[in-house]
Design a protein around this ligand. Sequence first.
Ligand code: AMP
Length: 375
Amino acid sequence: MHVLVLGAGQLARMMALAGAPLNIEISAFDVTSETVVHPLTKAVIGQGLASAIAAADVITAEFEHIPHDVLDECERSGKFLPTTDAIKAGGDRRIEKALLDNAGVKNAKYAIIETRADFEAAIETVGIPMVLKSALGGYDGKGQWRLKSLGQVETIWQEMAECIAQTPTQAIVAEQFVPFQREVSLVGARGKDGQIAVYPLAENIHVNGVLSLSTAIDDQALQQQAKQMFSAVANSLDYVGVLALEFFDLDGELLVNEIAPRVHNSGHWTQQGAETCQFENHLRAVCGLPLGSTEQIRPTSMINILGQDSVPESLLDTAGVHVHWYGKEKRAGRKMGHINVCASNQPALTQKLIELAKVLDESAYPAIHQLTQQS
Ligand code: AMP
């Protein structure tokens, strides 16, 4: 099987690593340069979308901000999965919100803003405090504003108006601020036959809008709610592949924050912590193979490596610690790799994370330092 992945980042790389044992070959399409590259070496192995589509058995995506003409060309080939509608929803918060409403899944109250008058109306209907997010192009907390008082309206409007003017179809989604206790996500897969298999929920700690730490948790009541919402969204799209739903946990009630129509950063723990990792399951689903077991095999956390390209050698000498580099050039704050940490029970896992904080910088690993301060 030959799978073409739209996008040539770390997710395509990890799909290639997971696909090799199953004889599933991956090539990656760099949407900006319109070249086909090897997902590990990044060596250019082809030019142009049309020939890449012709050479592929299946086409999928590792990110959602893909030009619609590229998606439409892939769609016409009949080879694209999970569905271009899902990718479009992931890349546009207006479509995403409509999708969640149509699937009957709870999410924060919202309004769409294109003009100053819309902003005034949103202040009335959604209320303050409010979170404002650009409909297109925002990720990792970028393109967002927090409106906490009427005194900020003028300044925030200036910035939002500039953002709207920069992109022809841009708008802002105004969302009610949710005073959540924690953020969790559910990663799961839906096969061609409609079979659904989900992993345990992960609790996610973001610092400055960027994911720092994900830990698989065991909470059966939340898990059931999350699975029901996952199934509603996945079935409404006739989705095939791995899908992630990010939630706010508000007093035990889940509200969907956003969907990611792809393998997800909060699912990287499955590489060491689950029977079948999310990358393999995505490939199994889109290739029409049976899904692998999503059962958790041991307590596991994932820590992102932000802006650094080396770790102390002692880490590689520690049982249950697994380093995954993405082969990317170092840049401040960039996701350069991640570390999966496993232990035989939950308290031992927490203790291991606290020990790691002693040898890892706070700037690159903020969440484990927060854990240390709390303990
Ligand atoms: P997003 O890009 O939508 O995932 O937002 C980035 C982060 O901002 C989330 O992980 C939350 O921590 C926070 N956030 C987003 N939307 C809301 C909201 N409606 N209420 C409170 N916090 C939010």
